[in-house]
Each structure stands twice: as structure tokens, then as C-alpha cells.
Design a binder for this molecule. Structure first.
Ligand SMILES: *Cc1c(COP(=O)(O)O)cnc(C)c1O
Length: 430
């Protein structure tokens, strides 16, 4: 092999994981629309089922189209492996599943996607798991919240909806000292703006529904493993370090080394929880990722221009965008997210809750949608929708106060978006 420099992000977002189809030479990754795969013979089948040989068995576990996407995302994130699943929320459960057990807890940031707050504060209790929420700017509080039953620390890189940016290296240091993995939800930053693994995270989760697919077509999720966490350093992670009865006593960490978490995700997680991504969804997401860097550059450019325009507008109380010099997170964002602070932010409208509702109803180009990371610009009033299950105190802590709307800035012409906001603000505050 000739020596060559490592490929750049733009090359990898198109080529990583993909090669011409061995059967047909098809240049684009085919959609392998199949549930089963023919075994060569009975010995081959037995070896696959024993995890002695890697291959395709059944599409609940693995599928060649999904496998290309897994390798693509793992490469862009700088991980050793990835497991795709049916949604971002599925990915979060898949990330926690090998780590947790009844009585165990996860220490999580108060600034999370509303659905994640609900999943962590309510639903995971049914498994006997719990979450402790703390302000991740208060590193002493994060340390204090970790106890003997804590099995993971969880945060978002750029948090939805408040435009807050996490100091990942500082949080990673705390998780390392406690001998537990840091899981970072990198959905809103994408690997183009942020590499949590390079900043010390052990695991990364994504809602591929958002920027990775990029056009609001399919739901999906992904768990990426850095391969760096030592699951056998203490006795906290028996699913990975101890014999697995469902595979004749196989020890995942001892057998698969740095790929232990990924193999466990497929062989136990997808096998038994069944939160599988289908090959059609993987196809749409692969198409989206090919243009990720171009879209993110434009998303960020538009977001900055619109945030600046809003901040200067007398009908607006404040704008929370870490790309603005007025943001308390500006310096952190410049340092840790140098390519931009994302394209998701909130602003407070003078006139409170009622003005927000009127604004949302008056916009013509922006869509009122509970999604983000689309090519088209979206708006939502979090307090009356995504965050309505939360108390007002939790809403404010999550950056979703009643007088605040969230924008997900698309890649349209910025002047058109500003004109739309201008006319709708006039109606909302008249
Ligand atoms: C949307 C989202 C999720 C949940 O993903 P789904 O694909 O909707 O299940 C999790 N985290 C963040 C930051 C999100 O934006």
C-alpha cells in the first residue's frame, strides 16, 4: 500500500464503508431489501449463530445496506463500530442497555431534548433504571451526582432547544475518573461540527432522523463506540466483561476487544430488543450524509445571519445562539465547535406565550413542525408542544420557557427567511 494522508471529512462522507457491489458492480449502495440470507451449509449457519464467524443471518441483526451506514457514521465520528437502530430514542436505549441494570442510574444534563427528558425521567423507571439530572456547567455537581450505582454520564454536544454547548472534555474527565463512560448525543452538532470521541466521549448517539438524513424523510438512530473504554477495568459492566449465558458463556470484551460494545449491540441488543433500522431508511440516510458538510456550512451561515438580525430587532427580547458574541457560551463554542455552533436556537418574543403562538401561526416559509435538522426552516413553540409534559421549572431549565420559540434554520436563501420572520413578528406583536 502506498502511504497517503488520511482522507478528509468530505471524502469520507461519500466513500466510507461503501464499495462497488460485489455481485453487480453497482456504484451506489444497493438497498438490500431482504430479511434472510442463504447459509452456505449447516456448518456455516452454526458458526454464524455461535458468533464464531461474522456474516449475515437475518435483517433484525444485520443488513448490508445498514452495515454501510454503520461504517460511514463510525468513520465520521472516529469510532471503531456503530449500530444503527429505528430512531434516536431507540439508540439511547441501545446505548444504556449493556451498561444498566435494576437499581443503576445515569447522570444526565438538565439540558436535553424534551423527549429524552421524558424517556429518562419516566419510562426508564419501568426497567428499574433511573436518571439524576444536573447542570453540566457545574462540574462539582456532576461529580457529586455520581455514586456507586452510576453506570453512565449523558449529555448533548449542542443542546436542543437552548443552543447551549457542553464542555465535553471537562465532563469526560469526570466520567473517566469515576470509571464510567460518557455518552454524548451528537445529533444537533453532527460529526462535521463536533467529534465527541476526540474530546473524550466513550460513546456517541445520534438521531439520524435529523441532519444526517437532512431532509425530514425517515427516522433512525445510531450508537457509535469509540472502542476506548475498558469494560473489564472494574466490575461495573458484567454484560460486557462476564460470561454471557445466551452465548454459551462467551465474554464479549475478552472475545471482541474494542468491538465488544458494537457486537453486544447487535448480538444481544438488536436480537432481543429488535429496534432495527430498515434498509430503506439506511438508503435515505446514506444519500443525506453524502452532502452533510455542504449542508452544515450553509445551515450555520444562515443561522448566524438570522440570529444576528433577530438580536437587533426590538420585538425580540433575547436570542440564545452560541454563535453570537453576546452568548455566555460564545468562547466555549469558538474553542470546541470552531466550524460553527449549529443551526438550532431559541429566541424570546416580547408578548410572551400568546405572541409566540401567533408568530408560529403567521409564518409562511417556516413550517410549524416537531422536527429539526431539515433542509427547510422549521419553528416550534416548545412549551406548548415538545416540552409540554414538563413542569414550567423543567421547561425553563431545558431552555424552553413559555415566551420562547425554537428555530431550526434550513438552507434556503437567508433574506427570504428574514422577510418571513419580519412579517410574522409584525402580526405577533401588533
Ligand atoms: C430528535 C432527537 C432525539 C430523538 O430522536 P428520534 O429519531 O426522534 O427518536 C434525540 N436527541 C436529540 C438531540 C434529538 O434532536
Amino acid at each position: 500500500m502506498t502511504e497517503r494522508p488520511a482522507f478528509g471529512f468530505e471524502t469520507l462522507q461519500i466513500h466510507a464503508g461503501a464499495r462497488p457491489d460485489p455481485a453487480t458492480g453497482a456504484r451506489q449502495t444497493p438497498i438490500y431489501q431482504t430479511t434472510g440470507y442463504v447459509f452456505r451449509d449447516a456448518d456455516h449457519a452454526a458458526a454464524l449463530f455461535n458468533l464464531q464467524e461474522v456474516g449475515y443471518i437475518y435483517s433484525r441483526l444485520t443488513n448490508p445496506t445498514v452495515a454501510v451506514l454503520q461504517e460511514r457514521i463510525a468513520t465520521l465520528e472516529g469510532g471503531v463500530g456503530a449500530v444503527c437502530c429505528s430512531s434516536g430514542h431507540a439508540a439511547q436505549l441501545m446505548a444504556l442497555f449493556p451498561l444498566m441494570a435494576p437499581g443503576r442510574n445515569v447522570v444526565a444534563s438538565t439540558r436535553l431534548y424534551g423527549g429524552t427528558l421524558t424517556q429518562f425521567s419516566q419510562t426508564i423507571k419501568r426497567f428499574g433504571w433511573s436518571a439524576t439530572f444536573v447542570d453540566f456547567d457545574d462540574t462539582e455537581a456532576v461529580k457529586a451526582a455520581i455514586n456507586d450505582d452510576t453506570r453512565a454520564v449523558f449529555c448533548e454536544s449542542i443542546s436542543n432547544p437552548g443552543g447551549y454547548v457542553t464542555d465535553i472534555p471537562a465532563i469526560a474527565k469526570i466520567a473517566d475518573a469515576a470509571g464510567i463512560p460518557l455518552i454524548v448525543d451528537n445529533t444537533t452538532a453532527t460529526p462535521y461540527l463536533c467529534n465527541p470521541i476526540a474530546q473524550g466521549a466513550s460513546l456517541v448517539v445520534h438521531s439520524t432522523t435529523k441532519y444526517l438524513t437532512g431532509n425530514g424523510t425517515v427516522t433512525g438512530g445510531c450508537v457509535v463506540d469509540s472502542g476506548k473504554f475498558n469494560w473489564s477495568a472494574n466490575d461495573k459492566f458484567p454484560s460486557l466483561s462476564e460470561p454471557e449465558p445466551a452465548y454459551h458463556g462467551l465474554k464479549f470484551h475478552e472475545t471482541f476487544g474494542e468491538l465488544a460494545f458494537t457486537f453486544h449491540g447487535i448480538a444481544i441488543g438488536l436480537r432481543d430488543l429488535g429496534m432495527t433500522m430498515n434498509p430503506q431508511a439506511a438508503h435515505y440516510t446514506l444519500m443525506g450524509i453524502e452532502t452533510l458538510s455542504l449542508r452544515m456550512q450553509r445551515h450555520v451561515e444562515n443561522a448566524r445571519e438570522i440570529a444576528e438580525w433577530l438580536e437587533a430587532d426590538p420585538r425580540v427580547e433575547y436570542v440564545t445562539y452560541a454563535g453570537l458574541a453576546s452568548s455566555p457560551y460564545f468562547d466555549r463554542a469558538q474553542k470546541l465547535y470552531p466550524k460553527g455552533a449549529g443551526a438550532l436556537f431559541t429566541f424570546a418574543v416580547k408578548g410572551g406565550y400568546d405572541a409566540c403562538v401567533k408568530l408560529v401561526d403567521s409564518l409562511e416559509l417556516f413550517s410549524h413542525v416537531a422536527n429539526l435538522g431539515d433542509t427547510r426552516s422549521l419553528i416550534i413553540h416548545s412549551a406548548s408542544t415538545t416540552h409540554r409534559q414538563l413542569s414550567e421549572e423543567q421547561q425553563i431549565a431545558a431552555g424552553a420557557a413559555p415566551n420562547v420559540v425554537r428555530l431550526s434554520i434550513g438552507i434556503e436563501t437567508a433574506a427570504d427567511l428574514i422577510a418571513d420572520l419580519h412579517q410574522a413578528l409584525a402580526k405577533a406583536t401588533s
